[in-house]
Design a protein around this ligand. Structure first.
Ligand SMILES: CC(C)(COP(=O)(O)OP(=O)(O)OC[C@H]1O[C@@H](n2cnc3c(N)ncnc32)[C@H](O)[C@@H]1OP(=O)(O)O)[C@@H](O)C(=O)NCCC(=O)NCCS
Length: 185
């Protein structure tokens, strides 16, 4: 990672403004920052995993994983998550920080006992970290239909079991993320 000295840690309540700044700078608009703020206040998203990357004291990257269910938000379901959103501020992009946040996130989720992680994202990017394209083909449809040409952008990976032992069905996200506006390209 060149001469950068990056460290990653779980975010704290006092990091809230830094998180929103990273998200809005990375995307160049506020939609994902607002989504992040809403998810961090959404009980149905818990347990969340929110990680911040720092260069010295400067927050430069953020990743958020929130709870998902299959078919309905019922108790006694295995722990499962979705990755959204991921952000690295422009001057730090393409230096491995996004990848480091994903890897650290997957390690931490695995320790928490999460069984499956979903993502809707770039088809060339996420498979580098173990995500398998076309989760629907594996039996896990998205909260809203994904057009065929983007089927590979809806991805999943098993964490603890090395296979798909979790009941198949439709993924249900936290209330905030379970809105159609987040599922249209
Ligand atoms: C996408 C993003 C999180 C990647 O983080 P990063 O730290 O720049 O990425 P890394 O350095 O870990 O990985 C770099 C690799 O990802 C690729 N990559 C970077 N941005 C990409 C994008 N938007 N789409 C596809 N691939 C991308 C690079 O080409 C590079 O590939 P290589 O390793 O084959 O050369 C970051 O660029 C970002 O915040 N972008 C704006 C917000 C965004 O699009 N977030 C993703 C939402 S799904």
């Amino acid at each position: 990672m060149n001469e950068l000295n990056i460290h990653i840690r779980a975010s704290r309540k006092t990091d809230f403004n830094d998180i929103l700044l990273v998200q809005s700078q990375a995307f160049g608009h506020n939609k994902e920052a607002q989504l992040t703020a809403d998810l961090l206040h959404d009980n149905t998203a818990e347990p969340v995993l929110s990680l911040l990357a720092f260069d010295q004291q400067k927050a430069i990257g953020h990743i958020l994983f929130t709870r998902v269910y299959i078919n309905a938000m019922t108790t006694n379901q295995p722990l499962m998550h979705i990755l959204a959103p991921l952000a690295v501020i422009p001057e730090y992009q393409n230096q491995g920080i996004g990848g480091a946040l994903i890897q650290e996130g997957l390690n931490k989720l695995s320790q928490m006992g999460s069984e499956l992680v979903f993502v809707l994202g770039h088809m060339e990017y996420y498979p580098k970290w173990g995500f398998i394209p076309d989760a629907k083909k594996m039996g896990y449809s998205a909260p809203y239909p994904i057009p065929d040409e983007f089927a590979n952008a809806w991805m999943v990976q098993p964490l603890n079991a090395k296979e798909f032992t979790v009941e198949k069905g439709q993924v249900v996200c936290a209330n905030t993320l379970n809105k159609p506006e987040y599922w249209r390209e």
